[in-house]
Write a protein that binds this ligand. Structure first.
Ligand code: ARG
Ligand code: GLU
Length: 728
């Protein structure tokens, strides 16, 4: 009965999902363009992706490797999320000049703030190079030989694609290696902070509202790309000038309504849409719950510390946001996947898959792949549990942070062994830089409390045979006392002194350091007991996934297929629409400025407002940005997005910018594994609210003057024109 029900859902699912599920490769746009057009798009395929003349693609910029951003002026002005610029904003902030609290707006180009190491990347081309990658590879080839040949092919393809240009390129695998694409890119290296609203707008709602609808966050910040005088990427320098882009987005101030076409163009990070039922089951029943439990502990300590004083509040703000963000998303995923009974849906599909695969002898290999995958997955799991916990405790840096300091010593040690003076000098500089960076946002007492609270949970969860020796030997309280009273890893001065003076004999001394000892024991478990096994089974699982997916493509050619997100550029589209995620309730598709005040009135500190903001709300001076007397703040849409899509342009049917993507509702986070068209919605900050904050709230009108606005009075005119070219 359960199976029957699941099959029913499955078939409904495949019919309904066609329009909105999927993150599509831009260079293959001709394949899905007819569907986009049927759904309301007015642009031509060439206006969206084109390598011979400018297209929307050229204004969609990968922001610092993680988020997405979009160019909105002919002087390289860049919009992204507040939470994407957060690290940079925090690094320019001090207790006296607190840009997180008060916001920041450069009044002219020379007040814009440089960010060392920050990059912004334009995609030049995306080409299918599967056959070139596969050249000379045969099925029976030995693994080492196979890898060598692939690497050789990669080198050749990249060289040919970038020779005599200033471009960079990489080759990415899609569908577990069923296809490969080359991504040719132009990487800009001088990205400056132009402006940001204060936290009360950019982070309004804090963790209470994160992943939640209805939402009122003004989650945006403003940067600018600078280049050399030749308009090409250059290292950060005072001599650089604003970038003149190939394309930039006109901004639509036109009224919107439910049902309008929307499209999101960006860099989604990772989805796992095609994993087996058994793997999903492990994630839902074991992996996610363990990680959630670990973070519960760390967060309880950090939250209390942040509440206790201002300095700690600043120091731990970014860390806290990062830890809480995934933690809350995972909880949402579990609820969504449980509600839809995702495992039964996958099992029903696998039954169908196996039946097909067993119906023809040449398809038997597909059936075998699924069986083999499950066996490998079961083996992998036994190592993965320990690995996940070590990551949470030590490697991600979300546990006690002195462990990170210990990890920075690894390279130094290797360099010292080499006896190469130059190498040693560089390694010392790097280590000191990292250590200083860590201590900038570190508090010994908070770290001690994290250790004391998190370690017992870690011991409780990790399979006994993988518990690091230092924690088997002694009680947590004793280990803690020793580390926090005598380890050099918790003492900035001593640690830097150690690094400066380090020579080939120094490591003998710190090998007795209690902090270092614990780190060594963790490394020991990871390097000698886990790593080889994890690699072995993971590679094996991927090999079977490749065949399993090839089976889907061959045996179900009519099924909608898109490759999982892998950090490369994608297009997704849907509609501006609300949802009814739970019984008896409905989500409207947009929120307004008034809602900010309503939330403020609840008294929750995440909704705190300054007098300035309260006055601005009460004044109702919406200028050009209102619709029917209201100022929209956020809206939802049925666009399939994930982490990495933060900051992505949300675009209307004519290619104008209508908002900046920044989140999904809680019920939607399941879409990283399974997209439910009835529930899954992305959350966008309305571009008219963004402009209101820049213009009316912050008085930075000079930035609005740089932009191209599409307004109501010009609507008719625009409609008769080339959609991409709009009026000021
Ligand atoms: N949930 C959004 C994303 O995944 C926003 C995160 C930043 N906001 C926060 N309160 N932590 O990145
Ligand atoms: N906030 C996410 C990000 O940083 C986007 C939200 C999502 O995962 O959909 O990319």
């Amino acid at each position: 009965m359960k199976k029957l029900f699941a099959t029913l859902i499955l078939s409904l699912f495949t019919v309904f999902t066609f329009a909105h599920e999927g993150m599509w490769i831009p260079s293959l746009i001709k394949m899905y363009y007819p569907q986009m057009k049927a759904d309301g798009l007015k642009l031509t395929a060439d206006q969206i992706y084109n390598i011979n003349s400018s297209s929307l693609k050229d204004a969609v910029i990968h922001f610092n490797g993680g988020c997405t951003s979009e160019i909105v002026s002919e002087k390289g002005l860049l919009l992204t999320n507040h939470h994407c610029g957060f690290g940079a904003i925090q690094s320019h902030s001090t207790v006296e000049k607190d840009y997180l609290k008060n916001g920041f707006w450069a009044k002219s180009l020379d007040e814009e703030l440089m960010n060392q190491g920050m990059t912004a990347t334009r995609i030049v081309r995306i080409d299918d190079v599967t056959s070139e990658v596969m050249e000379g590879l045969t099925e029976g080839m030995e693994s080492a030989q196979y890898q060598m040949k692939i690497r050789e092919n990669y080198g050749k393809i990249i060289k040919a694609a970038t020779e005599d240009t200033h471009y960079e390129a990489e080759i990415e695998s899609y569908d577990y290696g069923n296809s490969y694409f080359i991504i040719v890119k132009e990487v800009f290296k001088d990205i400056r902070l132009v402006g940001t609203p204060p936290n009360e707008i950019g982070k309004f709602g804090g963790d209470t509202d994160n992943w939640v609808w209805p939402r009122h966050t003004g989650d945006f910040s403003v940067f600018r790309i600078y280049v050399g005088k030749d308009n090409k990427p250059a290292e950060a320098s005072k001599d650089n000038v604003p970038y003149k882009p190939l394309h930039y987005f006109p901004i639509s101030l036109l009224p919107k309504q439910e049902g309008d076409f929307t499209m999101v163009y960006g860099f989604p990070g990772r989805t796992e849409e095609y994993i087996s039922a058994a793997r999903l089951q492990y994630i839902m029943k074991t992996e996610r719950p363990m990680r959630i439990a670990m973070r519960d502990k760390t967060m309880s300590v950090i939250k209390a510390a942040m509440r206790s004083n201002n300095e700690l509040n600043l120091k731990y703000a970014a860390k806290q946001a990062r830890i809480a963000n995934a933690w809350k998303k995972w909880k949402g995923q579990l609820i969504g996947l449980t509600n839809i009974d995702a495992i039964s849906i996958k099992e029903a599909y696998e039954d169908e898959y196996m039946k097909k695969a067993n119906s023809k002898s040449e398809w038997k290999k597909y059936a075998n792949a699924l069986t083999l995958f499950s066996d490998l997955q079961r083996m992998y799991q036994t190592y993965d549990e320990a690995y996940i916990l070590l990551n949470e405790y030590c490697y991600y840096g979300y546990g006690p942070e002195f462990l990170k300091n210990a990890s920075y010593m690894k390279n130094l040690r290797v360099a010292l062994e080499s006896e190469d003076e130059e190498k040693i000098k560089k390694a010392k500089e790097r280590a000191i830089g990292k250590v200083k960076g860590l201590f900038k946002n570190y508090d010994l007492e908070t770290d001690r409390k994290i250790f004391n609270v998190l370690t017992p949970e870690f011991i409780n969860l990790i399979p006994k045979e993988y518990l690091p020796y230092a924690l088997q030997k002694e009680e947590v309280a004793k280990v803690s006392d020793k580390i926090y009273s005598s380890s050099i890893l918790v003492d900035q001065e001593k640690l830097i002194d150690f690094i400066e003076k380090a020579n080939s004999k120094s490591f003998k001394k710190i090998e007795k350091d209690p902090g270092f000892l614990l780190y060594q024991d963790i490394e020991d478990v990871f390097q000698t007991r886990l790593l080889t096994n994890l690699r072995h089974y993971y590679t094996g699982m991927n090999e079977q996934m490749k065949i399993y997916l090839a089976g889907k493509l061959e045996m179900f050619p009519d099924k909608n297929h898109w490759p999982d997100a892998n950090g490369t550029m994608r297009i997704t589209w849907g509609k501006l629409e609300g949802s009814a995620p739970r019984d008896g309730m409905e989500y409207k598709p947009h929120t307004t400025l008034d809602g900010i005040y309503q939330k403020y009135m609840t008294g929750n500190p995440d909704f705190e407002l300054s007098d300035k903001m309260i006055q601005a709300i009460k004044k109702k001076d919406y200028g050009n940005y209102a619709q029917d007397g209201e100022l929209w703040t956020c809206f939802t849409g049925s666009n399939h997005t994930t982490g990495g899509n933060s900051g992505s342009p949300v675009i209307d049917e004519n290619g104008n910018l209508i908002g900046i993507n920044f989140d999904r509702s809680w019920e939607s986070t399941m879409s990283d594994f399974m997209f439910d068209p009835n529930v899954c919605r992305n959350i966008t900050v309305d571009i008219r609210y963004v402009l209101w904050v820049i213009d009316k709230f912050s008085g930075a009108e000079h930035l609005i003057k740089e932009m191209k606005l599409v307004t109501v009075s010009k609507k008719k005119l625009i409609k008769n024109e080339q959609p991409l070219k709009s009026e000021d």
